[in-house]
Design a protein around this ligand. Sequence first.
Ligand SMILES: Cc1ncc(COP(=O)(O)O)c(CNCCCC(=O)O)c1O
Length: 460
Amino acid sequence: MSAPTAVLDVGGGPGLPQRRELRTPVPGPRSLELQRRRAAVVSAGLSSTMPVYAAAAGGGVLVDVDGNSFIDLGSGIAVTTAGNSAPRVVEDTAAQLTRFTHTCAMITPYEGYVRVAEELAAIVPGDHAVKTALFNTGSEAVENAVKIARYATGRTAVAVVDHAYHGRTNLTMAMTAKAVPYKDGFGPFAPEVYRAPTSYPFRDGTDLDGAPINGPAAAARAIAHLERAVGASRLAALVIEPIQGEGGFIVPAPGFLPALAAWCREHGIVLVADEVQSGIARTGAWFACDHDGVVPDLVTTAKGLGGGLPIAAVSGRADLMDAVHPGGLGGTYGGNPVACAAALATLRTIREENLLDRAVEIETLALGRLRELQRTDPRIGDVRGRGAMIGIEFVRPGSHEPDADLAKRVATAAHEAGVIVLTCGTFGNVVRLLPPLVIPNDLLSEGLDVLADALSGGAR
Ligand SMILES: Cc1ncc(COP(=O)(O)O)c(CNCCCC(=O)O)c1O
């Protein structure tokens, strides 16, 4: 057994020097040693975007085991929204750890769970009574939202849309659109899932009569498809991301979500907004649904909710949440007390540091800079997003043909220059920005400069 690699003894949180600084090649020697050890004992099925190993993180940076300081534009996939090792999260979880670490909420409940449910009831869209059940991962929340919808309606069919991502469990894989890497080889998948076209403004073009496929037209197209493929009366739920994440940071055309919501209401179909990636202040509102004035019946949240601790939730109409028989929902760790303390501290940090407004400031800065780049670079097909959830779609110049290789080269060049960015998209041709909302403006601007350099130089 190898001795633990001596890592940098630096504390995380906002006190970390907020700078981009490379002291070694990327990856450095300690990361290379850890890569060697990992290859011997960790499944090859687990990939990793960055070739380095984390030692500390906070504010807008992540420091690796070789002392390299990276600008973090990924937030661990939209999780450390309120900052890594956020002070209140650290303080409140440490205090909880000394009281009790686990009792199982189904065995001996505790106030923290109730307080998280009270907090979510206060921010979830709508003026109806809201109840919550807590879980551990986004996939688990989506699975349980479907369970609740099926139980409450007595129906079994589930509608999803193209480019969707909902998780890696059997049902959520069936609901996810992209085969590689998420589904290939893992079937058979759960039945009774029906996929409709979504609103993808950059790629929707016009209908057969030459009219642009706007929001209402895209909704009519999706509804017509579902009416043919399954029928509204058989649908328990429509599960949709208000802004699609892994599918490519796709913001639907105005009017698309409201038209779908009206159709669901008309036919008693439970509208589930999967806000695992777009929720909890990420887009400049508590939920992405808020931007469209849509009130879903159920909302799934995870990622940003826990400030890094694993916690997920299904929140929604009390009549639906109470439809399930006692004991019908559960799980050993759901709403772990330490994770609940983290969630409460995260929500408090978002409020006290005005991070909803901060997300809007980040949107203005990032979209402005990227659209400036787009004006002179035909390889940037689309720049889109809300708040601190921004996507850059790369194409072959003069076409809509996806350029996944360019997206990968830009991301790799950014990594080598000390900036963490992620790619996504059905076609793999989207670079996405998910900075912590606490990132200083100068660091965000520097990260955008690095992307611009990667585009103009390193990523030919
Ligand atoms: C909308 C939406 N719903 C559900 C999920 C699933 O959440 P879990 O916490 O990863 O299970 C996600 C997770 N997205 C990141 C997946 C990363 C990967 O596994 O490669 C999401 O974005």
